[in-house]
Design a protein around this ligand. Structure first.
Ligand code: AMP
Length: 506
């Protein structure tokens, strides 16, 4: 794998792979520690390649374990510490791991060997008798990682990505990275979201240093800016949400990040407003918008945003397909749309399309296919897009999946978890939009019977209960009890009517 090869190469230099607060990890240490972990896995578990769970956040050794798993031929499954224990336990039960690295704060019921940070440190810092051979490394169709994302059943679903997918992603993306080797790239996205791959895979393959921003740093803008000021960042890679948060302060400009030459955004709508702000405040930096689902390995389109695009009334384009990717738009009957400006569902074809969902052949069958004409693997995105010349434009979803503060959310996931709470018979969740983006979610609830609680007390109780089941970003900001749901002509809950009620109430 390209990144594994490059780490080995850079290990011969004095380059730094990762900075986290006052700690740093050289490429040489990353190589040695990942070798040590791979050797331990191979010795302990032999040919059993069951995926390895990595539970934590941005610990330096997290990165060593990630590459160690890959060097032992195993996929890793990252679980972020901010995921509630109940949901994390569902992922562990689904994966049935033989080994789990636990950086603290989680005690699942599992038969797996659990290594805490101290036990792990001992393994990572003991040089192996023999380096794992390249023949052990994940390659081709071997799974490299499984990322669990919001699932409409109310449980997270795992997206498998292979070593070949990652190769295709790096090959397609790297031509749009700043020329030359080195530099410092933002490392803020959690390992459990695929946009982190822009730093972890493409960044390290270019010899860049990952500069860590963890979730405690983003909780306070003053703290965040102090870290950014000290970062020496040359490249920013994130969802637009983080940059929007920063741009609310006038101090977010080139004086804060004088070396910054490129923004790479991916994962949600990039607004004109953010592009304008960045053009004004970072005149030396290019802004790139990229698009892609986890299922097709991080991103499949990109474009540098020009002044003409910023001034255009149509949305900021999601770009052109990267090398190795073919895009196709189809109408409701599955017929290809060839003309400009006609929206249709976007299908992705190419080497970065993954093999499907972990242990869910039914879901895989529904969304993935092999294209008869080209033999390429394909994925039905559920995204509505149109083409204009060689550029693609995003214009919404065909289903109930959406992005909230950069996070992928299935509304049914929240509805099912709400309906599983005591006293709730049924729930409907409605997004509230402003300026091209979802601002927040509101939930409407049919109670099983009177609960005797005030609106405020019920809201507080339900949010607390929901926080045990769902990550914070999935918890609706507003919750309303209703006597009955309005129904549409198909007898389904009329969400448009609920959205209207909400508008009238606020
Ligand atoms: P995820 O799997 O979390 O990366 O989310 C993938 C989904 O995010 C896509 O299917 C789109 O709906 C949305 N998305 C990703 N990138 C963009 C973008 N640049 N503009 C608009 N939506 C995007």
């Amino acid at each position: 794998m390209l990144t594994l090869e490059r780490i080995k190469e850079y290990a011969k230099t004095d380059r730094i792979a990762l900075v986290n607060r006052d700690e740093s990890l050289s490429f040489a240490a990353l190589d040695a520690r990942s070798d040590a972990f791979a050797a331990w896995l191979l010795r302990r578990f032999g040919d059993d390649r069951t995926p390895v769970i990595l539970y934590g956040e941005k610990e330096i050794d997290f990165l060593c374990c990630l590459f160690g798993a890959l060097k032992s031929g195993r996929a890793y499954v990252p679980i972020d510490r901010t995921v509630p224990a109940e949901r994390a336990a569902q992922i562990v039960a689904d994966v049935e791991p033989k080994v789990m690295i636990n950086f603290g704060g989680f005690a699942p019921e599992t038969g797996a060997v659990i290594l805490d940070a101290a036990a792990l440190a001992e393994i990572l810092r003991s040089p192996p008798e023999a380096e794992p051979q390249r023949s052990h490394w994940v390659s081709g169709e071997d799974a490299a990682y499984i990322l669990f994302t919001s699932g409409s059943t109310g449980k997270p679903k795992g997206v498998s990505i292979t070593a070949a997918n990652l190769e295709a992603f790096c090959k397609g993306l790297l031509p749009s990275y700043p020329a030359g080797e080195g530099g410092v790239i933002l490392h803020q996205i959690s390992y459990s979201f695929d946009v982190s791959g822009c730093a972890v895979y493409a960044g390290l393959a270019r010899g860049m240093t990952l500069f860590t921003i963890d979730h405690t740093m983003t909780e306070n803008i003053g703290v965040l800016f102090a870290w950014l000021k000290a970062s020496g960042l040359t490249m920013w890679a994130s969802t637009p949400s983080l940059a929007e948060l920063c741009a609310r302060s006038g101090a977010f400009d080139e004086r804060l990040l004088p070396e910054l030459r490129q923004f790479l955004f991916c994962g949600e709508v990039l607004t004109h407003a953010l592009c304008e702000t960045l053009a004004e405040r970072f005149p030396k930096a290019r802004v790139l918008n990229a698009y892609g689902p986890t299922e097709a390995t991080v991103l499949v389109t990109e474009a540098e945003i020009t002044e003409a695009m910023r001034r255009d009334a149509r949305p900021i384009p999601i770009g052109r397909p990267i090398q190795g990717t073919k895009l196709r738009l189809v109408d409701g009957d599955g017929r290809e749309i060839t003309g400009d400006e006609t929206p249709g569902e976007l299908q992705i074809l190419g080497a970065s399309v993954g093999p499907g969902y972990w242990r869910r052949p039914d879901l895989t069958e529904r969304s993935f296919f092999i294209d008869a004409a080209t033999g390429l693997r394909g994925y039905r995105t559920g995204d509505l897009c149109y083409r204009r010349g060689d550029l693609f434009y995003y214009c919404g979803r065909t289903d109930n999946q959406l992005k909230l503060s950069g996070y992928r959310v299935e509304l049914e996931d929240i509805e099912r978890n709400l309906a599983a709470l005591p006293g709730i018979a049924r729930a409907a969740v409605v997004p509230v939009w402003k300026d091209e983006k979802v601002q927040y979610l509101a939930a409407f609830l049919l109670l099983r019977g009177p609960d005797g609680l005030s609106h405020l007390k019920r809201t507080i109780r339900l949010k607390r209960q929901l926080a045990e089941r769902l990550p914070a970003y999935m918890i609706p900001r507003k919750l309303f009890a209703v006597e009955a749901f309005p129904l549409n002509v198909n007898g389904k809950i009329d969400k448009k009517a609920l959205a209207k009620r909400l508008e009238e109430a606020t």
